[in-house]
Design a protein around this ligand. Structure first.
Ligand code: AMP
Ligand code: MG
Length: 337
C-alpha cells in the first residue's frame, strides 16, 4: 500500500479522519509520541494496527477521546478519583485504566476487561477525533520493540507501505509515552508506566501513589504483568544499550576502559567534551531528556553504533519515565559504579 504523507491543514486532517472512519490506520502526532490511530470500536481496523506494528495480541491499546466526559460511553464505571484527576490533568499525557463496556472490543483491550483512556492535548489528534467521530485506539507508531517515534519522518521509516497515511504535526513535545495509572482504592493509584505526569504531580490529587515494581525492574518469568506491555523488551535500537549508573567521573573512567570502534556514549548536555569516545548528548534535565531520548536512540542506529554506554538519568520527577524506557532498551542490563 502507498502511505500518504499529509500535513496538518484542515483539508488533510479531513482526509486522515475519513481514512480512520473507513477502517484504515493513520500515523498521528500527539504531545507524547506519534500514535498509530484507528477506530477503537472497529475490530478489523484495530487488527490492522497490531499487524502494522507486529505487536503481540495481548498488549492492549490506549483509547483516545476528545473529552473526559466521553469516557462514560466506553466504560462501566468511573471512580470519583478518576474524575478529580481528569479535572487536573486532562487533556494531557495521563492514561487511566478503567473497566470497559461492550463498545470496546476485546481486540482493542488485549483481552482484558479494562481499557486505558487518554484525552490528548495535541490539536492534530484532537481535530482528527472530532472529525472522525471515532474513539481512536493509538499505540506508539513504531515497529514493536523499537524506539518510539517522535517525528513524522520516524513514523515513515518504520511504517511506510504498512499504513494508509501519516500526518506531519512536527516534533512531539514530551517525547515519551503517557503516564499509565490504575485505581487501587478511593484514594490510591498505581503507576504502571511512568510518563510526564509525575508521581509528585499525582500526589497533589491522590492520597497515595504506588509505583509498580515493573517500572524499574524486569518481571520474573512466572509473574503476571499489571500492564501487559511491561513484560516485553522495548524501545531498543539495533545497537546494544548498556545503562551505566554513576557520577560523571566514574562514567568517564568506565567508558575510557571500554572504548573501541562502534562504541558510543550517550551523556547529558555539557559532558561531551569529557568523553574519551564518540558520543551524543540527550539533554541537560529530565524534561529535555524525555524529549530527546527516542530521537537519539534512532540516531545512534543511523550512525552505525554497535554498543552504547548511556549515562543513567535521575529517577526523580519526569526522570523516572526516562529511566524506565532506558532500562528496557538495555534489556535490564545496568552497571552500577
Ligand atoms: P503504547 O500503546 O505503546 O503506548 O503502550 C500502551 C501501554 O499501556 C502498554 O504498556 C500497555 O500494557 C498499557 N495498557 C493499555 N491498556 C491497558 C489496560 N487495560 N490495562 C493495563 N495496561 C494497559
Ligand atoms: Mg509502545
Amino acid at each position: 500500500m502507498e502511505t500518504l504523507f499529509l500535513d496538518d491543514c484542515e483539508e488533510q486532517l479531513e482526509t486522515a479522519a475519513k481514512l480512520i472512519k473507513s477502517g484504515e490506520v493513520v500515523g498521528i502526532p500527539t504531545e507524547t509520541v506519534y500514535g498509530l490511530g484507528a477506530d477503537a470500536a472497529n475490530e478489523a481496523a484495530v487488527r490492522k494496527i497490531f499487524a502494522a506494528k507486529g505487536r503481540p495480541a495481548d498488549n492492549p491499546l490506549i483509547v483516545h477521546l476528545a473529552d473526559f466526559s466521553d469516557a462514560e460511553k466506553y466504560t462501566e464505571y468511573i471512580p470519583e478519583l478518576a474524575r478529580r484527576l481528569a479535572e487536573k490533568f486532562c487533556p494531557g499525557p495521563l492514561t487511566m485504566i478503567l473497566p470497559k463496556n461492550d463498545r470496546i472490543p476485546y481486540v482493542t483491550s488485549g483481552g482484558l476487561d479494562t481499557v486505558g483512556i487518554r484525552i490528548p492535548s495535541h490539536p492534530v489528534i484532537r481535530r482528527i477525533i472530532e472529525l472522525s467521530g471515532c474513539p481512536v485506539a493509538a499505540p506508539s507508531a513504531n515497529t514493536s520493540g523499537c524506539p518510539s517515534t517522535t517525528s513524522a519522518a520516524h513514523v515513515m521509516a518504520d511504517m511506510n507501505g504498512r499504513i494508509a497515511a501519516v500526518v506531519d504535526g512536527g516534533q512531539c513535545r514530551f517525547g515519551v509515552e503517557s503516564t499509565v495509572i490504575s485505581f487501587e482504592n478511593d484514594d490510591t493509584v498505581r503507576i504502571l508506566r511512568p510518563g510526564c505526569v509525575t508521581r509528585e504531580q499525582l500526589l497533589t490529587v491522590c492520597g497515595n501513589v504506588i509505583v509498580d515494581k515493573a517500572v524499574l525492574s524486569g518481571l520474573d518469568n512466572d509473574e503476571k504483568a499489571a500492564s501487559p506491555g511491561m513484560k516485553y523488551k522495548h524501545y531498543s535500537p539495533a545497537a546494544d544499550i548498556i545503562l551505566v549508573d554513576s557520577d560523571l567521573a566514574g562514567f568517564t573512567a568506565f567508558v575510557g576502559e571500554h572504548c573501541g570502534s562502534g562504541v558510543y556514549a550517550l551523556v547529558f548536555d555539557g559532558e561531551e567534551n569529557e568523553m574519551p569516545c564518540k558520543c551524543l548528548t540527550y539533554g541537560a534535565d529530565s524534561l529535555q531528556q524525555a524529549h530527546f531520548i527516542f530521537q537519539k536512540l534512532r540516531e545512534l542506529d543511523r550512525l552505525g553504533a554497535e554498543k552504547v554506554y548511556v549515562r543513567a538519568p535521575s529517577k526523580e520527577g519526569v526522570g523516572l519515565a526516562v529511566y524506565n524506557r532506558l532500562i528496557r532498551a538495555a534489556g535490564f542490563e545496568v552497571i552500577r559504579i
